[in-house]
Design a protein around this ligand. Sequence first.
Ligand SMILES: [Zn+2]
Length: 223
Amino acid sequence: MEEIKKQLTDALTGAEKVLIGIGGEWKLREDGRDIRERSLGDSAQAGLKEAYDSLYALVKDKDYHVVTTLTDGAIYETDFNPGRVVAPCGNIHWRQCSNACTKDIWEEGEIPDDVCPHCGAPLTGNTLDSGNYIEEGYLPRWEAYKKWQTGTLNRALVILELGEGFGTPTVMRWPFEKIAFFNQKSLFFRIHESFYQIPREAQERAYGIHCNSVDFIRDLAGI
Ligand SMILES: [Zn+2]
C-alpha cells in the first residue's frame, strides 16, 4: 500500500491535468436537509473533512476538475473552487418545485415556507432523487466540465476515481475508463473498498486500489 501511495503522489507531481471523481464512499451520513446545519468538522465523519482537505492539498496547484455523484453539497464546504466542481446528480441545498412546474431553482431559505411560488407545491432538493429532477441546475457546469475535458487530450492527465460504485456509472465510472483508454499520457487510479476492478482494456495505465478511498486519501496528508 505504501508503494501505490508513492506512485499516486509521484503521478500527481508530474500531472498537467487532474480529473477527480467523488462517489458514494464520501457521502455524508447525516440525512437530508439537516446537513446544512452541521459543519463537516463536528460530524461523526470528521475523517471526511480531513480527507477533503488532504485531497485539496494534493491538487490545489494543478489544473483540476471535480465531478461528484453526491448530492450532499459537502464539497462546497471545502476549499475546492466551486467553478471547478460539477455535481450532475444535483445538490440537496438547492430547491426546486416538487411538481417541476417551473425550471426555477432557489437557494435554501430563499422562498418562504419552502413552497413553490408558482403552484404552491412543496419545494424539494434539486437532486436526481426528487423524482422530477430539473437538470438545468447543473447543465452550465456540465458544459464547462466537458470543455475542460477536451483540454486534457494528449496532456499528462491523472484520473482519481474515489469511492464510486455502480449507482450512476454513466456519470463517472464508464467515461473515466474511456478517457483513460484513449489518453496515452494518462494514469488512472480507481480506489474503492469493493469496486476497485479495472476492465482489461484500460489496464495498461490503470491501478485498481482495494481500499476505502476516504481513508486512503486522508492518510496521504502526511506523505
Ligand atoms: Zn410549482
